[in-house]
Write a protein that binds this ligand. Structure first.
Ligand SMILES: [Zn+2]
Length: 98
């Protein structure tokens, strides 16, 4: 008796949305040793918020930001593409990037 083969493969289920892929990729990147090390180095070289410095203010930086975002083609591990920012400036930049 012939058995009708059931179609068990569901390609639409394994399809990854590109945006999700990006988020996962970035999360892995920000947890990487390479990034943590570079981030610490950047903050030790420039402990002040660069955006505030340009405005003549002295604020201690709380994070390291990619000048050209990684998902826009910016170099992830290039010191020249990094800047130290305080939370306020980073929030402003993130809002402006959108
Ligand atoms: Zn700032």
């Amino acid at each position: 008796m012939p058995t009708i083969k059931k179609h068990t493969s569901r390609p639409w289920l394994s399809e990854k949305k590109p945006f999700e892929g990006f988020v996962h990729h970035n999360t892995a990147f920000y947890q990487s040793t390479q990034w943590r090390r570079l981030r610490a180095l950047k903050l030790s070289e420039q402990p002040l918020c660069e955006e505030c410095l340009r405005a003549g203010k002295t604020t201690s930086a709380q994070m390291v930001d990619h000048i050209v975002p990684i998902n826009k083609g910016g170099a992830a591990l290039d010191m020249d593409n990094l800047q130290s920012l305080c939370n306020a400036c980073h929030a402003r930049k993130s809002a402006a990037d959108k």
